[in-house]
Design a protein. Structure first.
Length: 607
């Protein structure tokens, strides 16, 4: 059978998962009467809730005698570790761009990786039925992007299709608003070369994805680079240096058919398959016939730029809401994550009670924490910090990001001012139509921690901010953090509306009546710059006398400010933590005892 391996790459929310849904339907992968969820490729709960693709997933469709293996890739740079490995499995890419938003930062990130590997793109301008489409300008932007990424003449001569993934049509004529996706199928078959690999050489296979199955154990996914593999064939695993790390047999082979993984008896060079039977081999290892002694070169992964401390939950409420609370459980889970996600690095602290977890960005680490929380873990999470380096002259350097902001014209002044405070440098500012401005900054990652929530408030929720790792550059000096102090509970008990009422005058509350509190827990934001210890549990003294003038009426409290996990992590200061459990997110001081806090504060000032 003819074979084509292709990745669909695009920026977040440009419609690639929706397009894949339509490719399934029109190729006959789904029966007409089959009930299938929308965005079927986003199978993970967090992907469905957030509307983004987090995990790269291969799938397969058949069209007129050609099997097309399609990989749906994450569009967010935080999950770039997935993207870089996936691209080594394919022979072509379909680049999807929104007809209004055009080429965005994550498009640049993934496309740069694809062009560097020599892949020739097919450009699909999607959502052409948008009222604010600007098709020709978007195409010009894509061409300029390719030029800036050092595309070859062959790569610059890319075919273009105009599509609406939601409505299921694609055409070579930008004015047509009807039809099917047949032109896209045809373009993939004509433009993407079949795998040019040696079937007669010994079997070899590079692991690009790893997951676990309750029955099969470790399941390794990748593309067969050479030869043929059959069920129960002897194999061994090699590390980067060609050292044998494990020998065994290919106990099970599975190929992709639609959304399903189906068992097969053999696989040939070019096939994307999953293989079971090994217990140690992991991502970037080479699985091969025992006669093979040289490892396949694995794509280098960009290093982590951000880290957080994951600690055992030591609050007075530890163990009440989660089932996984020990450091051993946390260590095993993080090691498992680092094994399958090559963009994450885990190091254990000297006291064995906490772990430094380094990754690509706040979103990636936030998704890991949310996943662990749903699995029943309780954790104490520190404020994110960037990973500094030294250049060849011994100077301190820090990670910078390209920040592209689309905002209504009236808010552009506020955004520029806030980014200046965070040491961002204005690179470009231009009108983008419809009363909006597109502003591009180069900013240190350190200054962007915690800015997204403030940005949404400043732009009344209408602004869109996209970030992309740019480079390591000179250290920018001190950047002002949170301006307000916090209100701290001075004891343990239940919050009482009688005590909370007067505290509303001092700032914004994070807790409501009846919530369980403990000493050192953060219950609100102080209107002033310093921290303030308060008693939120004080009850009214009961007497036989009634107050005159109806003063015994219940206290009316404003609804407390409830933070999401990402907002909480971005909010805390260096001496604070987020307590994460399956049912609650609480803010607290790192040291709960006030005397210990004073001691640590004095020691810090002396240092």
């Amino acid at each position: 059978m003819n074979l084509r391996n292709v990745a669909i790459i695009a920026h977040v929310d440009h419609g690639k998962t929706t397009l894949v849904d339509q490719l399934f339907r029109q190729s006959g992968t789904f029966r007409d009467n089959q009930r299938v969820e929308e965005r079927a490729m986003d199978s993970n709960d967090l992907e469905k809730e957030r509307g983004i693709t987090i995990l790269a997933k291969p799938t397969s469709i058949e069209w007129e005698g050609t099997r097309i293996n399609i990989v749906d890739t994450p569009g967010h740079a935080d999950f770039g570790g997935e993207v870089e490995r996936i691209l080594s499995m394919v022979d072509g890419v379909v680049l999807l761009v929104d007809s209004s938003e055009g080429a965005m930062p994550q498009t640049k990130f993934v496309t740069g990786k694809a062009l560097a590997l020599g892949l020739r793109p097919i450009v699909v301008v999607n959502k052409i039925d948008r009222p604010d489409e600007r098709i020709q300008e978007v195409l010009d932007e894509v061409f300029d992007l390719f030029v800036s990424l050092d595309a070859t003449d062959e790569q610059l001569d890319f075919p273009v299709l105009y599509a609406s993934g939601r409505n299921g049509y694609a055409n070579e004529d930008p004015d047509l608003r009807e039809g099917t996706l047949t032109p896209l199928f045809q373009k993939i078959v004509d433009h993407v070369p079949p795998p040019n690999l040696d079937e007669d050489a010994p079997f070899s296979f590079l692991v690009t994805l790893l997951d676990r199955d309750n029955f099969l154990g470790r399941v390794l996914t990748g593309r067969v680079q050479s030869g043929v593999v059959k069920v129960n064939q002897p194999i061994h695993a090699l590390d980067d240096d060609g050292k044998v790390i494990e020998t065994g047999r290919a106990s099970k082979l599975m190929s992709f058919r639609g959304l399903e993984r189906v068992p097969v008896e053999e696989a040939r060079a070019g096939d994307i398959i999953s293989l079971a039977g090994l217990t140690v081999a992991t991502v970037a290892n080479t699985i091969a016939d025992p006669s093979v002694t040289e490892a396949i070169h694995a794509q280098k992964i960009d290093p982590p730029t951000l880290s957080m401390r994951f600690a055992v939950n030591d609050s007075p409420m530890a163990g009440r809401e989660g089932s996984k609370v020990t450091s051993r459980m946390i260590r095993d889970r993080l090691e498992r994550e680092a094994e399958s996600n090559v963009a994450i690095k885990v190091t254990e602290s000297a006291d064995k009670d906490s772990f430094e977890v380094a990754g690509r960005g706040e979103l990636q680490l936030g998704v890991l924490i949310e996943t662990m929380r749903r699995e029943g873990f309780e954790l104490g999470i520190s404020r994110p910090r960037v990973l500094f380096r030294e250049d060849e002259n011994g100077n301190r350097t820090e990670p910078y990001e390209t920040v592209v902001i689309d905002v209504d014209d009236e808010y552009s002044g506020t955004v520029v001012d806030k980014m200046n405070q965070r040491k961002g440098e204005l690179v470009d500012m231009r009108p983008s139509g419809g009363g909006k401005t597109r502003i591009t900054f180069s900013a240190p990652s350190r200054g962007l921690i915690g800015y997204h929530g403030e940005f949404l408030s400043d732009t009344r929720g209408t602004g869109i901010m996209n970030r992309l790792f740019e480079r390591y550059g000179p250290f920018k000096g001190t950047i002002e953090g949170r301006k307000n102090g916090v209100l701290i509970s001075n004891g343990a008990g239940e919050a009482n509306s009688y005590a909370l009422g007067p505290l509303e005058d001092r700032g914004v509350l994070f807790v409501g009546h009846g919530e369980a509190l403990y000493e050192g827990m953060i219950i609100g934001e102080n209107a002033k710059t310093e921290d303030l210890e308060v008693n939120p549990m004080k009850a009214k003294q009961l007497t036989n006398f009634r107050a005159s003038g109806g003063k015994d009426d219940a206290v009316r409290l404003s609804p407390p400010r409830k933070m999401t996990l990402e907002q909480a992590i971005a909010y805390i200061d260096d001496d604070e933590m987020v307590e994460v459990t399956p049912s609650k997110i609480r803010l607290r001081k790192r040291f709960l005892d006030p005397h210990e806090r004073k001691r640590q504060s004095r020691a810090k000032q002396a240092a």
